[in-house]
Design a protein around this ligand. Structure first.
Ligand SMILES: [Zn+2]
Length: 196
């Protein structure tokens, strides 16, 4: 089909192809070609044959598929079995495999991203979202992350001191954590560094 200008009907058109790439969370870069048509008669510019949306959607779907595979591979590297994931989240058997082999649903992709960001959330789900357990898990993870921050800062003294206080607090009962974290200035200092 001959391409024509939507403004003046001329078929005297020059086309430029722009190589773009798209990225979504935990995905790879996917390349796509954007077409820009230019009418040599009236100067109108645009995507005259409406192909760009299809091309962007193709790249986006590919990016989502790769992102799902990357997330599932990451979880397998962390020894998170798909059967465990499905059981903890009360998902039908083979749900993860369906996400991997077919196009994932928007909710499936959202769930996978949350699990990829906070893998320990599966343990919380497996514990039936027990409040005490989930709070302890959060503190445990915060301590681990804090340790990594200390490590990244070559165990700078101020971080090490805060880390020590933080771990000492966690080692106590959960109800102690709750009261200490909201009232004690030293512990607030720890929390403020954890979030950075
Ligand atoms: Zn034109």
């Amino acid at each position: 089909m001959t391409k024509s200008c939507p403004a003046c009907g001329s078929d005297s058109i020059s086309t430029t192809e722009i190589h773009n790439r798209i990225h979504i969370a935990y995905g790879d870069y996917e390349e796509y070609i954007e077409v820009v048509d230019h009418c040599l008669s009236c100067g109108e510019e645009g995507d005259f044959s409406d192909v760009n949306n299809t091309e962007i959607n193709r790249a986006l779907n590919l990016a989502k598929r790769h992102s799902v595979c990357n997330i599932i591979d990451f979880l397998q590297d962390q020894n998170v079995k798909t059967a465990y994931l499905e059981r903890a989240l009360e998902l039908p058997a083979r749900t993860v495999n369906r996400w991997k082999t077919k196009e994932p649903s928007a909710s499936g992709l959202a769930l996978l991203r949350i699990i990829r960001t906070y893998p320990w959330i599966l343990e919380v789900a497996d514990a039936d979202y027990d409040e005490t357990f989930s709070r302890s898990k959060l503190m445990e993870q915060a301590a681990k992350d804090f340790y990594q921050i200390c490590e990244a800062n070559n165990f700078d003294q101020k971080y090490r001191l805060a880390q020590g206080r933080f771990e000492a607090t966690i080692a106590t009962k959960p109800e102690f954590i709750e009261t200490k974290f909201t009232t004690n200035n030293d512990n607030n200092f720890v929390v403020s560094h954890c979030s950075y």
